[in-house]
Design a protein. Sequence first.
Length: 220
Amino acid sequence: MNKKEIEFYLKFHKGFRKYYTLNSALKSKSLRWSEFECRINLQSMKSFLYKFLILSTFLLSFSISYTQAESIQGPFSKKYVQCFASENTAFFGEKYKDTCGPIGWASYHFVNESEVYINWWEFDTSYEDGSKARTKYFENISFDDVSRTFRGMLIFDKTIPDFGSPKKFDYEMIFNEDYSMIHNGKIKITDQDGNIVEQNYNYRNLTRGNRENDWWYESR
């Protein structure tokens, strides 16, 4: 403790005056040691705060890098469910609202770069021979991370009457920047006679179609 601090304690603390005078307090080793301890503790606290700040900055940087890495890996390891615009029957809000189906309602499962399949479990449909059409893997698949575009085909050696007995589906799926949605692209559906019908993925893009016809996929 310095002289000013001792004078303060002598003036306002009766208990301190009982044991110390100005001279005895200045000469007291215990008080000098307490001051030394305070300086040491303050330095230790500053060192701890500095290390904590460095660690926090590192963890934040790591978290951002991990999130960016997740985004860079694209759609793989994700599942996407089918969504569409349905009429809003509430008295407020837009005329159409977003509605999404469950997993198994023609959901897309991006397991890895070489394993992607469609899931029809919720449809409980069958092939022409009566066997259940539960899942089917995409063939001839590719992914361009620059344009965020997946391409693949479903080729049927057995037709599915409930789906119009298609011969093949050609997919072009374009993802948004964080891969939370398939919002662009199209499916070319070829029937047994070679006729082709196209269906566009679209979400709130009036240049591609009206809102009531919106059809897209969202990650789950």
